[in-house]
Design a protein around this ligand. Structure first.
Ligand code: S6P
Ligand code: ZN
Length: 190
């Protein structure tokens, strides 16, 4: 028996997706070693464990032919000079793509391939970004308000976090003189 069609509601201001089945929370302690300034990370974690981002998903079959639907909110802030960001990932099936739609706030989509290509796209409310197959992706909140975006990707894409945990991203986004600046990641390993 095939699945029946159904509606959902997406609040364009808050990113709230209803109904959704699961909200995942990522605090600084879940992202140890991902920000460049490990001393700043240690100092913050001594006192606090700030929420970096959360994402809500509708649970749909992880099968070819279906789609996955999610909204993410990255809270504003920095660890040292580096803006709050998602962990970032490749897809477990690397030949799958993804679409992001910016809803609120301002930030940047960082993308890279295992061969060492790199691209970035500024995403504001209304920006639609297409992430082709084989491009790892991470979102970064460069603003002072929550950064909210909507994502749609193939049902069987899955997530590969391990490769980004090992190599990091080629470039990182830091604040310099009050403005975002993309710099080479001194820890990047191909
Ligand atoms: C999934 C899609 C998003 C992210 C979410 C959190 O393919 O790209 O829903 O899962 O933004 O980021 P991350 O890197 O922790 O999965
Ligand atoms: Zn993805």
């Amino acid at each position: 028996m095939s699945m029946k069609p159904f509606p959902m509601n997406l609040n364009f201001k808050t990113g709230e997706l209803t109904p959704n089945d699961r909200t995942n929370i990522r605090k600084l302690s879940d992202m140890k070693g991902m920000f460049l300034d490990s001393e700043a990370e240690r100092r913050i974690l001594e006192k606090d464990d700030p929420l970096i981002y959360s994402f809500s998903e509708k649970v749909l079959p992880e099968e070819n032919g279906h789609l996955q639907i999610a909204t993410t909110t990255i809270h504003p802030g920095k660890i040292g000079d580096e803006y709050h960001m998602t962990k970032g990932h490749y897809h477990r099936r690397p030949d799958t793509s993804e679409m992001y739609l910016g809803l609120e706030g301002e930030g940047c989509l960082l993308m890279q391939t295992v061969e060492g290509d790199f691209e970035s796209i500024t995403i504001r409310p209304g920006t639609v970004a297409y992430i082709p197959p084989y491009w790892g992706h991470r979102m970064v909140n460069t603003g002072r308000t929550p950064y909210i975006f909507f994502a749609v990707y193939p049902g069987d894409a899955g997530h590969n976090y391990g490769d980004i945990e090992k190599t990091g991203f080629l470039k990182i986004l830091i604040e310099r003189n009050g403005k975002p600046l993309l710099i080479d990641n001194p820890r990047w390993k191909k």
